[in-house]
Design a protein around this ligand. Structure first.
Ligand code: MIG
Length: 785
């Protein structure tokens, strides 16, 4: 009897371990279609394993979601609904779904999804063997890899511009001391653009779980694949035939940024930390005294009382309003940091309110989860719940009442010491692994909508470290804790450019490098690149040397000042470029892959950091140790911005790159509205808008945009906008009639012509002989030269 029992136990053990192996290790591959129906304009296809659904969002956007368990159909990223009538034909082998731009051929046995252009060119196809498959809860999609296929995207990722041969993980992570190959980092943007055979497509895998992308890194060049730990194979396919149009479609789907406050585009001075009100004020005063144009001062975590969010340290910041009033009188705006962790301390307002309302993350038994961060033991708000976001947003009165206008959201991956929040921790109905990647975005949403409400008709500035697709609707991002060495400066530029592909336009890096101390040369060089970084912020870690412009000696300060002055002169152009982001989703810093997709050289390691800054300017970042550098000029004609020297593109040039002159080029025909120097965006200036045009053989146009820079009145038509056109064939420049009700702050326009014949000494304005400066009339202005 005893023996019998024992063998039964062994048998059972063997049996159950087999069962275990089978459930968790076997690959299950999507099989044959068993039924195909159209239900409410959705194509529903059932197989034994799962159900696939297909929606049309626009002629160039098709969504496919393959699900085993009919999970709730929510998205944190997508703000649009399906549109248009889904059209398809069916035969024995396939279902063919067509739009004016795309063809989706769905093979029935087995079920595979293959995308073509309307005229039948293959864009992207399932791997016929493996297509969509599962291992346990893990869901994966294998796709055919084309011989010449390149990939760009995924937002804030290390590595090369062309991601072919690389693999990545999305799992929002506090990554201090990350290097040029570290992965994952702080943000998740599961969207990439593929390019092959002269064609382009995009794919957005809207799944918030830990996800994986492998662009032919480990598959013997046969397939690319991506997948996630759980959830659905839920993706949006973009079939537009240009990278710019794909970005426009992706940002149509996931939303676009509102106009940023103009002051946030000025120079920003930060440090962890300016530790007292007196220090904050003395830095601001010195910036003014040294005539370094600037708009923004920051308070990092030390302004708080024991790191308690929404409090002020009573000793070091005894009178926040008094301090901010003084800053305002010097035309500065203040940004303060907030972290998600709420200190466990009875009697602390946010603690008590959060506890009373059950706003914090819990263990499955309902006990509140505690993790340690700066304040010590902390609770973590469940930002996925609107009630929590509303409460969080309303708490900002502690900062807005004394006058704070910018809100910096840090540590929202979320970070806790040890960086290992248990998987069983629940944020409302979601377990941690499901919402980790959107936690930061949800915090940013609460911060933006909350402060927007409090500030009335004033635009808040929000900056977040963690993000997910769609974050552009609420916040700027920066690339976290970078380091003070050249390779990191170049990496940061690639990240800024890559974030632009995924809809994030207002993006910055810590100028100078957060960790470590830059050499004076690196500081000067990095600052000159900062001029052409959408968000221009000097920031440094605790324990590093002070980093402000005057800490580098008189000669270096003079270079730094001159570069920051250039930023302020360019603001009319930069602001108009942000208007493009607001309108179309096109970023301000653009990898050359957006406009010069088919030029091989731009993907080479040597040239991959170059980028367009708006429509007209191309910047070549150069390490601080190099004073001459190879630069690739894409096809067309270019001018060096500082010297006016003209070059034929489609080739590599040797560009002088002294620390006083970063290689910056203007495209022939480029139109750049500028202004004369001001010390802050608040200053009115001399009222002259300088329209710079560089000669070229092709007609070009540019939309100049202006508004009050601080309110939402532009959404009611209170803006000033006009199209500037340049037509070299007719020797004519036209400033189109002004649209919108806003009165420009520039009452004069000055035309500055570059690379035109020295013969252009006079111009005609509306038929009358004129000098190069004339009144800013609202009607059309025709200039003949
Ligand atoms: O554990 O607030 O990336 O910009 O200065 C470090 C202090 C917390 C990390 C941010 C950095 C900020 C720092 N924070």
């Amino acid at each position: 009897m005893k023996r019998y029992c024992l063998s039964l136990v062994i048998l059972l053990a063997v049996y159950s371990s087999n069962l275990f192996a089978q459930q968790h290790m076997d690959v299950q591959i999507l099989g044959n279609a068993e039924s195909i129906n159209k239900e409410n304009n959705v194509l529903v296809i059932k197989t034994k394993e799962a159900e696939a659904r297909v929606w049309m969002y626009s002629p160039t956007i098709i969504r496919v979601s393959i699900s085993k368990e009919h999970s709730i159909d929510t998205s944190f990223a997508v703000v649009q609904q399906p549109q248009g009538d889904l059209q398809y034909k069916e035969n024995d082998k396939d279902v063919e779904l067509t739009t004016s731009a795309l063809k989706l051929v769905i093979n029935k046995s087995p079920l595979r999804f293959n995308f073509y252009t309307a005229d039948g060119k293959a864009l992207s196809q399932d791997d016929p063997r493996f297509g969509t498959n599962w291992q346990g809860t893990r869901v994966i999609n294998y796709r055919k890899l084309y011989k010449d296929e390149r990939f760009i995207g995924l937002g804030e990722k290390t590595g090369n511009l062309d991601r072919r041969g690389s693999s990545y993980v999305n799992w929002n992570t506090d990554a201090p001391n990350h290097g040029p190959t570290t992965d994952p980092l702080y943000e998740t943007f599961p969207f990439f653009v593929g390019m092959h055979s002269g064609l382009t497509y995009g794919l957005f895998f809207d799944n918030t779980h830990k996800s994986y992308f492998d662009f032919g890194a480990s598959t013997d060049e046969q397939t690319s694949w991506y997948g996630a730990d759980a959830g659905d194979m839920n993706y949006y396919f973009f079939g537009a035939q240009s990278v710019a149009q794909i970005i426009e479609d992706y940002t149509w789907l996931t939303g676009r940024m509102e106009m940023p406050p103009l002051w946030s585009l000025g120079y920003q001075q930060c440090r962890w930390s300016y530790t007292s009100a007196a220090e904050v004020l003395s830095i601001a005063e010195r910036l003014r005294k040294d005539k370094i144009p600037a708009d923004v001062m920051y308070c990092d975590i030390d302004y708080m009382d024991h790191y308690k969010i929404f409090t002020w340290n009573k000793t070091t910041f005894p009178d926040p309003k008094g301090m901010i009033d003084k800053l305002k009188s010097m035309n500065f705006h203040l940004v303060t940091i907030v972290d998600p962790g709420i200190k466990v301390e009875d009697g602390y307002k946010q603690h008590d309110e959060g506890v009373a309302n059950n706003y914090f993350a819990t263990y499955p038994d309902g006990e509140k989860y505690i993790g340690s961060v700066w304040p010590g033991r902390c609770y973590f708000p469940n930002f996925t719940d609107k009630a929590v976001r509303d409460w969080w947003g309303a708490s900002f009165t502690a900062l807005t009442e004394p006058g704070v206008e910018g809100f910096w959201n840090d540590m929202n991956e979320p970070a806790a010491w040890g960086q290992n929040i248990p998987w069983m921790v629940k944020f409302g109905k979601f377990y941690m692994p499901e919402i980790r990647n959107v936690y930061g975005m949800q915090m940013a949403e609460g911060t933006y909508l909350g402060t927007k409400k409090i500030l009335g008709n004033k635009r808040p500035f929000v900056l977040t470290r963690a993000a997910y697709s769609g974050t552009q609707r609420y916040s700027a991002v920066w690339t976290g804790d970078n380091s003070a060495y050249d390779a990191h400066m170049l990496l940061g530029q690639r990240m800024v450019n890559s974030l632009g592909i995924t809809g994030m336009s207002l993006v910055g890096v810590d100028i100078g490098g957060f960790t470590g101390n830059p050499t004076p040369e690196l500081m000067v060089r990095w600052n000159s690149l900062g001029v052409y970084t959408p968000m221009f912020r000097n920031h440094a870690a605790k324990g590093t040397k002070y980093r402000e412009p005057w800490r580098w000696g008189k000669a270096n300060e003079a270079i730094i000042r001159k570069d920051i002055e250039q930023r302020y002169k360019l603001l009319p152009y930069i602001y108009s470029s942000f208007y493009q982001s607001h309108l179309t989703g096109l970023p301000v810093s653009r990898t050359l892959a957006i406009n010069y997709t088919q030029e091989d050289s731009i993907y080479s390691e040597h040239f991959q950091n170059q980028f367009m800054f708006g429509d007209a300017i191309m910047v070549a970042p150069v390490e601080s140790t190099k004073l001459i550098e190879d630069v690739y000029l894409p096809k067309g004609e270019w001018y060096r911005l500082t010297t006016g020297e003209k070059f034929k593109g489609g080739k590599i040039i040797k560009a002088a790159a002294p620390l006083t002159d970063l290689p910056v080029f203007v495209k022939a025909g480029g139109i750049i509205p500028m202004q004369n120097l001001v010390q802050s965006t608040k200053e009115k200036g001399d009222g002259i808008l300088k329209i710079n045009i560089w000669n070229g053989t092709k007609a070009n146009s540019y939309v100049y945009y202006e508004d009050d820079g601080s309110s939402y009145d532009y959404q009611q038509g209170n803006f000033y906008k006009r199209t500037i056109s340049f037509d070299p064939k007719k020797s004519e420049i036209t400033l189109g009639a002004v649209e919108g009700a806003f009165a420009s702050k520039y009452n004069k326009i000055e035309l500055v012509l570059h690379g035109f014949n020295a013969g252009v000494k006079t111009i005609k304005v509306n038929g009358k002989a004129s000098g190069f400066a004339f009144a800013n009339e609202r009607n059309e202005i025709k200039v003949q030269y």
